[in-house]
Design a protein around this ligand. Structure first.
Ligand SMILES: [Zn+2]
Length: 393
């Protein structure tokens, strides 16, 4: 698709200062020219020509932590456990479309029953369904814990773990998701795998050319997988200073899913839960916030993810809410935008073709009516969305 966007304010996603007025040319799905001069060919019949004065062009965003097969909401997790696969796939397709319409042109799905997220990723890649470009894990892998969920496969030994990893890869997984910790709210439970198995998982998966993401909500389990070389810590509810320092040194990326934690606390009040549950939910939110702030102070790289569909109650298409909480709790709007674009692409492994506005990259971007650097919430004012140069909204 060929396109000229003229006179637009551009935030390229690299963290560089915004350019107040620039022209961006797209040819054959890719950005072919960016500059301030006169653009030829003007009024060429094969080019769509847009005057985007007063709009802001930003890279298409990423949500690095979604579960498309779940709708979220008060009974989202229960539905994911009981819905038949045909319904889960239909829900996943609807959720993918919803996300795309918000300017979210890429996603990582870190857990679904029956490999439905992988089926969804393949359907979108084949052009059969509208949606973000998806890298998916299928079911995540975990040693026995207190959790029994349809999006988790329980393994019982290192051999079993290797078999399950190979099965995911054969199915078409683009990332392997593991559970590193249990689910106690004070973060005190030990890691689920032990140091040796954690190391085996990293070496085995990295040897196959994939990355590993770990569900982390306890201090010791998080330390265990960070030491072993995990690529991303998901949630990171309990991260001490030493683990944060280690993450910064190793380049481990944190996907803090703050809006999920924030919603959980607010929903606990709205849904009329007992005072004890509300208090506990508030306490965990404070732990989570402090861990996130420790990571910022240590210089840990951060990528944006909402956990939509994973735990109650986050829904898909709300990455801007995540950016708002990221900013409320410590990042600048520019840093939050990086977390949802270039850093996210680095994590997902697609930074060679998406995540920033640069010549040669695929034309995945949104035009925003407003200036997200003055108000990150302006990212909701989506005027148009392009994916590979094709207007999808
Ligand atoms: Zn999740």
């Amino acid at each position: 698709m060929n396109l000229i966007v003229r006179n637009v304010r551009m935030i390229d996603g690299t963290g560089a200062d915004p350019v107040p007025k620039v022209n961006v040319v797209v040819e054959n799905s890719r950005i072919s020219w960016i500059g301030e001069g006169i653009v030829a060919p003007s009024n060429h019949p094969h080019f769509e020509d847009i005057n985007a004065e007063d709009l802001t062009l930003v890279p298409g965003t990423f949500d690095c932590h979604e579960h498309f097969a779940g709708d979220g909401g008060q009974h989202g997790v229960r539905a994911m456990n009981t819905d038949p696969p045909e319904v889960l796939l239909a829900k996943a397709a609807g959720n993918a479309r919803r996300a795309l319409m918000t300017g979210q042109t890429s996603a990582r799905d870190v857990g679904s029953p029956r490999g439905i997220s992988i089926t969804l990723a393949r359907s979108v890649a084949a052009g059969a369904l509208p949606g973000p470009r998806i890298v998916a894990s299928g079911e995540w892998l975990q040693y026995p814990t207190t959790w029994g969920q349809s999006k988790i496969e329980t393994v019982n030994s290192p051999e079993d773990m290797r078999r399950a990893i190979l099965a995911r890869i054969a199915q078409g997984a683009g990332v392997i998701k593991i559970g590193a910790t249990g689910s106690s709210t004070d973060g005190s439970d030990p890691g689920t795998m032990g140091r040796e198995v954690a190391q085996m998982v990293m070496d085995f998966v990295h040897g196959k050319g994939l990355k590993v993401a770990a569900h982390c909500t306890g201090f010791m389990g998080t330390r265990e997988v960070v030491e072993a070389g995990i690529d991303s810590v998901e949630h990171g509810t309990h991260i001490d200073e030493e683990t944060a320092r280690m993450m910064a040194e190793k380049g481990t990326i944190l996907v803090p899913t703050l809006s999920w934690r924030d919603y959980l606390f607010r929903a606990s009040k709205r849904w009329g839960m007992a005072k004890k549950q509300i208090d506990s939910s508030e306490a965990v939110r404070e732990w989570h916030k402090a861990s996130y702030q420790r990571c910022i102070a240590a210089g840990v790289k951060i990528a944006a993810g909402t956990d939509a569909g994973g735990g109650d109650p986050m829904r898909h298409g709300n990455i801007v809410r995540e950016l708002e909480v990221m900013v409320d709790w410590g990042l600048s709007p520019m840093e939050a935008l990086k977390a949802a674009t270039s850093t996210a692409a680095e994590l997902v492994g697609t930074s060679d073709h998406v995540g920033t506005i640069e010549v040669g990259k695929l034309a995945d971007f949104a035009l925003i009516d407003g200036d997200p650097l003055s108000n990150i919430g302006d990212m909701r004012n989506v005027w148009a969305v392009y994916q590979g140069g094709r207007q999808v909204r």
